[in-house]
Design a protein around this ligand. Structure first.
Ligand SMILES: Nc1ncnc2c1ncn2[C@@H]1O[C@H](COP(=O)(O)OP(=O)(O)OP(=O)(O)O)[C@@H](O)[C@H]1O
Ligand SMILES: [Mg+2]
Length: 309
């Protein structure tokens, strides 16, 4: 049974593509909502599937998909739009004091890899702070996405420190020829802006590491998935996050020769995980003989995941 930490406000399932992150996210979100917590399930996956699993259209605007349960699929255009609204002005201010640039440069910077993740972190931290929702379930995209996401604030901080140094040199050089080049004069002290960004990244970093965020690794009981899970566990540890449980999803019943063989393979991997992570609780979720789509089947996963039978 999956027992999430009481103080966790944000839950994210992480793991290889197709292991069941969206399915488990939906079941967990439904569980929170059923307990009476106002819950938001959201994704920034460029190929979102919240609409598919809840069987109704979900998009850039929050929709209620069950009592107390709200869903949001943020498209990359919407992330860019919101990012521009929040940071665009500052970015332009910094850049245009250095080099003659048009405002379109903001779109270009905003489409840089990593901006989505950094923005989403900021967005989710904002939701938690505002108290608008009691719980947030973040349905992440597969593969390296989650890891990149966790690293993003650190990369930003390193980058900004370097940027501040470069900026200092450039700025004093540029100062002399500002008028000739027709550069804009910054309204504020640029270093305040950069320092502000740095502080924001640091806040996001400590938010990610705080007990408010619970990361739950997910694996299918088979080789490739377990290998990826090991890498994820290692990265989380390096990052200062302790995963307290792992969900092993898609366990078959040995009810025929085919499934008996499959179950044997699965058992081997489950035992291997148990040996490797003795202090982590393994939560086993069986493979349903049906696809998980619509509230009824999500509820079924919920009852298996949270042992509500
Ligand atoms: N326990 C289960 N029993 C039956 N079907 C399942 C189970 N878990 C997941 N599935 C099915 O497996 C497929 C993949 O699941 P899901 O979309 O949740 O994975 P994901 O990790 O979110 O994938 P992606 O990485 O592509 O986002 C879906 O069709 C889902 O219905
Ligand atoms: Mg998914």
């Amino acid at each position: 049974m999956l027992r999430l930490r009481d103080d966790a406000r944000v839950v994210m399932f992480a793991g290889k593509g197709g292991v069941g992150k969206t399915t488990l996210s939906a079941a967990t979100a439904l569980h929170f909502a059923g307990e009476g917590h106002r819950t938001l399930i959201l994704t920034s996956d460029p190929a979102p599937s919240l609409g598919d699993i809840f069987e109704r259209s979900v998009g850039d605007r929050v929709v209620e998909v069950a009592p107390e349960l709200y869903a949001l699929e943020l498209s990359s255009e919407e992330v860019l739009r919101r990012w521009k609204q929040k940071f665009g002005g500052e970015v332009y201010e910094v850049l245009s004091s250095l080099v003659p640039v048009q405002e379109e440069i903001i779109d270009y910077i905003g489409s840089a890899p990593g901006i989505d993740e950094e923005f989403m972190l900021d967005y989710i931290a904002g939701i938690v702070k505002s108290g608008e929702y009691d719980r947030v379930v973040w349905d992440t995209a597969p593969a390296g996405h989650t890891l990149r996401l966790l690293r993003m604030p650190i990369i930003f901080i390193e980058h900004l420190d370097e940027a501040a140094r470069v900026y200092l040199r450039l700025y004093s050089a540029m100062q002399k020829i500002r008028d000739t080049l027709g550069l804009r004069k910054p309204r504020r002290e640029i270093f305040d802006i950069i320092a502000g960004w740095r502080e924001l990244s640091e806040q996001l970093l400590s938010f990610l590491r705080s007990p408010q965020v619970e990361v739950v690794p997910v694996a299918a009981p088979q080789g490739l998935s377990v290998a990826q899970l090991r890498r994820l566990m290692q990265e989380l540890e390096n990052f200062g996050i302790t995963a307290e449980k792992i969900v092993v999803n898609g366990i078959v019943k040995p009810d025929c020769e085919f499934h008996r063989r499959m179950a044997e393979v699965q058992k081997r991997y489950i035992e291997e995980l148990r040996r490797s992570y003795p202090e982590v609780g393994l939560v086993e979720v069986p493979l349903l003989p049906q696809e998980v789509k619509g509230l009824k089947s999500i509820k079924k996963i919920e009852s298996l995941l949270f042992d509500m039978r």
